[in-house]
Design a protein around this ligand. Structure first.
Ligand SMILES: [Zn+2]
Length: 319
């Protein structure tokens, strides 16, 4: 038992806690012999745990809406590892479930629309005047670590997909000081928590997914269908170059969905370049025509949806 715990002796009302845990009620109902350790007249329960883990555990036990489980606490799987072990040891299911359910909720992404709404909701919480958080989900390596021991169903296809597109050389550091930029390259994770075989599987997942992308990306190329431009080849050339650029960035480690999302035109490159008069439209030579711009965005969305459907397929094959 660590010194600090002895020094602190947190006093816990035993009625409620032992009502929740047969382990604790058994500890407390041991016959009161002369050897029984008492502190300030109260029985001492020996727990092999750090004071921080015990404090986290008790915080969640008495307040399941505690900030440790808040939606923007993206490092909770790591911070609460000890509390989870303690909840499991003491057979306190509500604390265990509260932690596991919170993590599960974050990593169950059912569709690309679901993913997109999560990204958009996250973007709204960012305060541009401050250093921003860059993480959208609970840190996945710590999730994998605890899921392995307590609940394998938390290892979702999305979790492994995300790990596959983390930077394989970047160790987890200083989370709070970055901006989630939709075009930024890969994020880091806690690679030291992986077994060798898990690392290999994650790498295989990435290779398999990149193969699928390489095969399918040419589908995104499209030909201009209008005569808006004197140089009709402009749209065609723009899309061909965009596809080449996407492929290059994927090989550099960019996240496929964030990258595809950032290549949407959303009318910007088309409309912003148009001068609209009463019934006359001036087309700039370096803008994409409106029909092509729309077709490109629709194509990208379909492409993302089809790609998303591959996430569980590759998971079944590799994991
Ligand atoms: Zn066009």
């Amino acid at each position: 038992m660590p010194e600090e715990v002895v020094a602190n002796h947190p006093q816990i009302p035993q009625g409620y806690l032992s009502a929740q845990s047969t382990v604790i009620s058994d500890m407390l109902s041991l016959p009161q012999t002369g050897d029984r350790e008492l502190y300030d007249g109260m029985p001492v329960v020996q727990l092999l745990t750090s004071p921080d883990d015990l404090a986290n555990f008790l915080s969640i036990f008495y307040d399941p809406s505690h900030a440790l489980l808040a939606k923007d606490e993206f490092d909770l799987a790591y911070k609460l590892m000890g509390a989870l072990v303690l909840a499991d040891m003491l057979l306190i299911e509500p604390v265990k479930n509260a932690i596991i359910d919170r993590v599960r909720e974050d990593w169950e992404i059912h569709s690309v629309q679901h993913w997109r709404s999560k990204v958009n909701a996250f973007a709204k919480t960012q305060d541009p005047s401050k250093k921003c958080r860059k993480h959208l989900y609970v840190e996945p390596a710590a999730v994998l670590h605890s899921a392995r021991r307590f609940d394998e169903t938390v290892i979702t296809p999305m979790l492994i997909f995300e790990l596959a597109f983390r930077d394989p050389y970047l160790e987890y550091h200083n989370l709070e000081e970055h901006i989630l930029d939709i075009q930024s390259p890969a994020l880091e994770t806690r690679w030291d928590m992986f077994s060798t075989s898990e690392k290999r599987k994650v790498r295989n997942y990435r290779e398999e997914f990149l193969d699928i992308l390489a095969t399918r990306l040419p589908q995104l190329r499209s030909e201009c269908t209008t005569d808006y431009h004197s140089d009709q080849a402009f749209c065609t050339k723009y899309f061909r170059e965009s596809v080449d650029e996407i492929f290059k960035l994927l090989l550099q480690g960019y996240h496929p969905f964030r990258l595809l999302e950032s290549n949407k035109l959303n009318g910007l490159r088309t409309y912003s370049r148009l001068n609209v008069f009463e019934d006359d439209i001036d087309i700039y030579e370096d803008a994409i025509c409106i029909p092509c711009g729309r077709a490109w965005d629709e194509k990208l969305e379909r492409f993302q949806s089809d790609l998303f459907a591959e996430i569980p397929m590759v998971f079944q094959k590799i994991w």
